[in-house]
Design a protein around this ligand. Structure first.
Ligand code: DC
Length: 223
């Protein structure tokens, strides 16, 4: 029997991270944030001053990178080649540049492989854009979370503020719209909602309501 995968896909700010972490905790599953992996590679490319057009170097870089997602003192930490970059990967600049990294097939394949490895040992709650479509097409439960653009921008704004990062609301909203456009329209592994997904619009739902919905879907699946 393959380990159980709850795939949570959806656009930025739809509540994936918040909800996925709580669901994972409640079920004692491993939580994996795949966006953090794309962000970490983007940060590394920026630090090494590799231009985003230089696919060859970017792929080489990705092959020689170690990314660890670690649950530490109640916090999810992202380590890039052994260094904690949990906060650094959340800046608007990294968010913007991630679309370059995310559109390179070879890089996605490297990350897919890392992502699939987690299932060998753990039941997973994995979030991203292509978890149910590409990483685990055979995931036992696929959830698509969505919310209005305004609401998603508001959430991102508050999330950044909590981290001590102050950013203009309109800028964030514009950034989200541009990212949606890129995520949904890119050629390689675009964000799509297949028929096998449960669609949840979280705009007017509380976090608890979304969590409860997913847990009840999970219970239905295992009975
Ligand atoms: O979920 P996030 O905002 O941290 O994701 C950052 C970027 O990475 C986003 O522009 C889409 C991309 N991404 C992706 O292409 N595939 C994934 N599985 C996760 C994220």
């Amino acid at each position: 029997m393959k380990n159980f995968v709850i795939a949570i896909d959806g656009p930025a700010g739809s509540g994936k991270s918040t909800v996925a972490k709580i669901v994972a905790k409640k079920l004692n599953f491993l939580y994996v944030d795949t966006g953090a992996m794309y962000r970490a590679l983007t940060l590394k490319a920026m630090k090494e001053k590799i231009t985003f057009q230089d696919e060859k170097r970017l792929i080489e870089m990705a092959k020689n990178t170690k990314i660890d997602l670690i649950y530490e003192n109640e916090n999810y930490k992202v380590y890039l080649d052994g260094k904690d970059v949990s906060d650094e990967i959340r800046t608007e600049q990294v968010s913007k540049n991630t679309s370059y990294i995310a559109s390179i097939l070879k890089i996605r394949e490297i990350l897919w492989e890392m992502q699939r490895k987690y299932r060998e040992k753990y039941h997973l709650v994995m979030e991203g854009r292509d978890i149910g479509s590409k990483v685990f097409p055979d995931a036992q439960l696929k959830i698509y979370l969505d919310a209005s653009t305004e609401e998603r921008a508001k959430r991102r704004y508050l999330q950044l503020k909590e981290m001590g990062i102050e950013q203009d609301f309109e800028e964030i909203k514009k950034g989200i719209e541009q990212r949606d456009e890129k995520d949904k329209n890119r050629e390689i592994a675009p964000l799509v909602r297949g028929n096998d997904y449960f669609y949840i619009d979280t705009t007017n739902l509380t976090i608890d309501q979304v969590v409860e919905k997913i847990i009840s879907l999970f219970k239905e699946k295992i009975h």
